[in-house]
Design a protein around this ligand. Structure first.
Ligand code: GTP
Ligand code: SPV
Ligand code: MN
Length: 594
């Protein structure tokens, strides 16, 4: 008797026509073999898929250089194929599912000729968790197979859980010939199915990550009453040893990994890491919101990571507990075989390859590492891993942070006046685009809850779903916004960021526990500066004030942009969000007059 899984794999193999089919068991030995295959047999544009790095200074580390056109998520090639276009909403590219299948069937036909088809059973979430989900991804490149071992619970245990069931999330992936004109990431939410071809890059190719755990899962959450979010999960321990758990949504490359592993600048405070990218939020029987991180790995931005900015990550990258650690599209020191990136904190090597494998010329403007170069490492290698990480129920959440990257306008920190107002703060969020997605960098786009590229259905309904979740919570978390990125007249960041962000988190704890008052403004509650514990930072008072300055005239354009954004969703935008928009306009108008 064949199982539904075996039948599905067989069908996909008939379509893609690989030379060989290999079922992954998720073991370390297997990962070592896959890396050997990547070093020896598999190539991208003539370059081996893996190169061994210097194991004296970077134990267990391997280098991967992707196809030069394939270095970031490609949102314009990503589609959410609901039967009905309105369900996908204006926030998604849409294609009729039949048309999408037809188009991609042609591209998948024979795409694995001469290659190995790797079958990867995996579970998102702890296998003991009521919230865990079983999945299978097929791929044809060792880099994706090894990455999935790091990022998910992949292997025999997942296979046993699936058994003869047909209830598993399906992902078919092939790098094809890396042709950007034949690159598509297609989601079929009704079938819990993803088809991805033409890219080997993270969010396009590791289908358990953005494709399943956000786009498909967010739609499951809508129907089942939970939330799948682009959020960090962390615990903050205070000097008395009390740990408070929070989540934080921030757009891609806006500080989640750094926040998740923050080394506190304030004595007595400590951060415990549970997740750096994705949170699944469920309502517990006690009426509180509980978070799990469905992933097991960190796929983080390399540039800017150093012993000074993120020492815990630097230690994680050198920890050998869980094999291996991967570096993708960083620079490479040709003499020492060490990875290098801008902001690593050591001088650039003289004799180096840039991220494209070309001899690096320091006199040129070009960066050695791609701005979206990344590392892939197990979360179990983190010295700050929370002891609650494997708790199947997750952790109870006391605060939700909604962040963004704004050089102007948005204050360092705000507390919402209510859950509904908090949902509006998320809804009205904008952020400057980064290198994590292909396209122009540094332009403000609306990015509610950091989910604009990841919400697998009409975002108007998503705002309504957030409001409904709030109504069902007996003890809703407080909602805050943060912005570490406000700049002064010279374009310099005013706020030191990184380890000093604990000062903002401490204020949040003080608010949660009712230890300090806050100042009500047109935008929401802000701290009294004396409560921020910044005295030792020696930031001039007028700069501190700039971090919170509200210029109602500058807000005029922002309010128009928000209105234009919300109008797109028509009837789907909840009236509560329009009410909040109206209230904000009135409060800012009032602020101009006084
Ligand atoms: P994704 O993995 O794309 O979802 O990104 P992320 O949100 O995890 O971002 P990450 O923490 O990797 O940070 C991205 C970039 O922002 C890096 O270059 C960091 O050095 C920089 N960064 C992070 N936190 C801060 C901060 O507090 N202040 C400043 N100025 N930069 C920061
Ligand atoms: C992001 O872009 O938000 C990431 C990296 O976390 S990716 O896996 O490509 O989505
Ligand atoms: Mn992300």
């Amino acid at each position: 008797m064949t199982t539904p899984l075996e039948r599905w794999v067989d069908e996909q193999a008939k379509l893609t026509k690989p030379k060989k089919i290999y079922w992954c068991d998720g073991s370390e030995k297997e990962a070592q073999n896959l890396i050997e295959i990547g070093i020896r047999d598999e190539k991208i544009d003539g370059t081996p898929v893996f190169q061994k790095l210097n194991h004296t200074t970077w134990p267990n580390a391997y280098y991967h250089r992707s196809h030069p056109t394939d270095v970031a998520r490609t949102e314009h090639l990503t589609f959410v194929c609901h039967a009905n276009k309105d369900l996908a909403g204006p926030n998604n590219n849409w294609m009729d599912p039949r048309e999408a299948k037809e188009k991609l069937t042609k591209l998948f036909d024979g795409c694995m000729r001469g290659r190995t088809l790797y079958v990867m059973p995996y579970t998102m979430g702890h296998p003991g968790s009521p919230y865990a989900k079983d999945c299978v991804q097929l791929t044809d490149i060792s880099y994706v197979a090894v990455s999935m071992r790091i990022m998910t619970r992949m292997g025999k245990q997942a296979l046993d859980r699936i058994g003869s069931s047909d209830q598993f999330v399906r992902g078919l992936h092939s790098v094809g010939d890396f042709d950007p004109n034949k690159r598509f990431i297609m989601h079929f939410p009704d079938e819990k199915l993803v088809w991805s071809i033409g890219s080997g890059y993270g969010g396009n190719a590791l289908l358990g990550k953005k494709c399943f755990s956000l786009r498909i899962a967010s739609y499951m959450g809508l129907k089942e009453g939970w939330l799948a979010e682009h959020m960090v999960v962390l615990g903050i321990e205070d000097p008395q040893g009390k740990v408070t758990y929070i989540t934080a949504a921030m757009p891609s490359a806006c500080g989640k990994t750094n926040l998740a592993m923050l080394e506190s600048a304030l004595p007595g405070y400590k951060i415990w890491t549970l997740g750096d990218d994705i949170a699944w939020l469920n309502i517990g029987t006690d009426g509180r919101l509980y978070a799990i991180n469905p992933e097991t790995g960190l796929f983080g931005v390399a540039p800017g990571t150093s012993l000074k900015t993120n020492p815990n990550m630097m230690h994680t990258l050198k920890n050998t507990k869980f094999f291996p650690t991967l570096f993708t599209n960083t620079g490479l020191d040709r003499d020492t075989q060490e990875p290098w990136w801008e902001g690593i904190g050591t001088p650039a090597p003289k004799n180096a390859f840039d991220w494209q494998g070309k001899a690096w010329n320091p006199s040129q403007e070009a960066k050695m590492a791609h701005p979206n170069s990344r590392f892939t490492v197990s979360i179990y290698n983190s010295p700050t891993l929370s002891k609650e990480y494997d708790n199947p129920q997750g952790v109870p959440i006391s605060a939700i942070i909604l962040g963004g990257r704004r050089t102007q306008l948005i204050p360092l920190v705000l507390e919402s006046l209510s859950w509904q107002h908090g949902v509006f703060l998320g809804t009205r969020a904008g952020s400057e685009t980064t290198a994590a997605a292909s396209g122009q960098v540094g332009v403000v786009r609306r990015d509610p809850m950091a989910m604009i590229p990841f919400c697998g259905y009409n975002m108007g309904d998503y705002f309504g779903h957030w409001l409904n979740i709030g109504k069902r919570l007996k003890h809703p978390p407080k909602i805050f916004t943060v912005n570490w990125f406000r700049t002064d007249e010279d374009g310099e960041y005013i706020w030191p960021g990184f380890g000093d962000n604990i000062r903002v988190l401490k204020w949040m704890l003080d608010r949660i526990d009712g230890r300090v008052e806050a100042k009500e403004t047109a935008l929401g509650y802000v701290p009294h500066l004396k409560d921020l514990h910044v005295q030792d930072l020696k930031i001039p008072q007028h700069d501190l004030e700039k971090l919170f300055a509200v210029h109602p005239a500058e807000w005029k354009q922002e309010l128009e942009n928000i209105e234009r954004f919300l109008i797109q969703f028509g009837e789907h935008t909840p009236p509560e969000m329009w009410q909040e928009h109206k209230d904000l306009c009135a409060a800012l108008n009032h602020a101009v007059k006084v």
